[in-house]
Design a protein around this ligand. Structure first.
Ligand SMILES: [Zn+2]
Length: 292
């Protein structure tokens, strides 16, 4: 583990950046810069069926327009598939994964989880799943407080490599964060549910996990995440007022005449305590134009 602070923002190029992703990018950026750390941008294009290359350029252009500049050249997950395979092989040698050709229908009776026993073998097309575990993870999140993951790994058997050959987010994100020596993750509270699986992979690979904090998720008035799936519109590039509104959702109320000034003022004001214990923040009426 690196002794210095290295943070990151890792968007998926499944669409342009929306307001919710700007809030997440800012939180990880401000935390890194307040700690005099590096901040890296990584393109999470591991799911080749959903990601589109045109969005990579668009996302980087938008980040640049808000002066959210990666301290190293952004990398793409699709360049690291051999490395994901090597780590999958390592987990296989440790007998931590199993082949599975269960279908979505056959798992319906288990609410999307996977029963402890699988009759599949490697002879037919199969995914690779992580074995069930009874390990309980306790975690101190600097924003959400004490998190206890009791049954998260029991019969949950996440897919690490899909039947179609693509690696899962869970495996790729752990391998990437380790390779890039990411020391701190600041990300949306929607990812809390993935944390136990990631902590488990860190433990199995004998790596130290980064410190993880989950910021409240900005939700629409129906309580849903602002996402590409619910058609959140793209944010305008380099728009000072959008930036100031995004900062206000992180508890930072400032005036500034340009983006540089706004970021410089925001870095010392970033304070996780203001967000403490909150898992969502509802988008105010006057800001609905940012997503619709
Ligand atoms: Zn199965």
């Amino acid at each position: 583990m690196a002794s210095r602070y290295i943070g990151r923002f890792a968007p998926s190029p499944t669409g342009p950046l929306h307001f919710g992703s700007l809030v997440s990018a800012l939180a990880s950026y401000l935390d890194a810069k307040q700690h005099s750390g590096s901040w890296l941008v990584r393109i999470e294009d591991v799911d080749g069926t959903r990601c589109k290359s045109q969005y990579i350029e668009q996302i980087l252009t938008t980040l640049n327009s808000y002066q959210l500049l990666s301290d190293e050249s952004p990398i793409k997950q699709s360049d690291f598939t051999q490395e994901y395979q090597d780590h999958l092989n390592l987990l296989k040698q440790q007998d931590q994964i199993f082949p599975c050709n269960c279908t979505r229908q056959s798992l319906q009776a288990y609410q999307g989880r996977h029963p402890h026993i699988c009759q599949s073998n490697e002879l037919s097309p199969h995914s690779w799943r992580l074995k069930s575990s009874n390990v309980i993870y306790r975690y101190h999140d600097a924003i959400q407080g004490e998190l206890i993951f009791q049954d998260d790994l029991k019969d949950n058997c996440p897919v690490l490599k899909r039947k179609d050959g693509y690696f899962s987010y869970q495996l790729a994100v752990v391998v990437d964060d380790h390779r890039q020596e990411i020391s701190h993750l600041v990300r949306g509270a929607d990812l809390i549910e993935t944390t136990a699986q990631q902590l488990h992979l860190y433990a199995l690979l004998d790596w130290e996990a980064p410190k993880i904090s989950h910021i409240p998720l900005v939700v629409n008035q129906a309580g849903n995440k602002i996402s590409k799936q619910n058609h959140a519109k793209a944010i305008q590039d380099g728009d000072l007022s959008t930036l100031l509104i995004a900062l206000s959702y992180l508890g930072i109320e400032i005036n500034a005449s340009n983006i540089t000034e706004a970021l410089n003022k925001a870095i010392p004001l970033w304070n996780k305590e203001i967000l403490r214990g909150r898992s969502t923040i509802t988008l105010a009426d006057q800001h609905l134009h940012l997503i619709q």
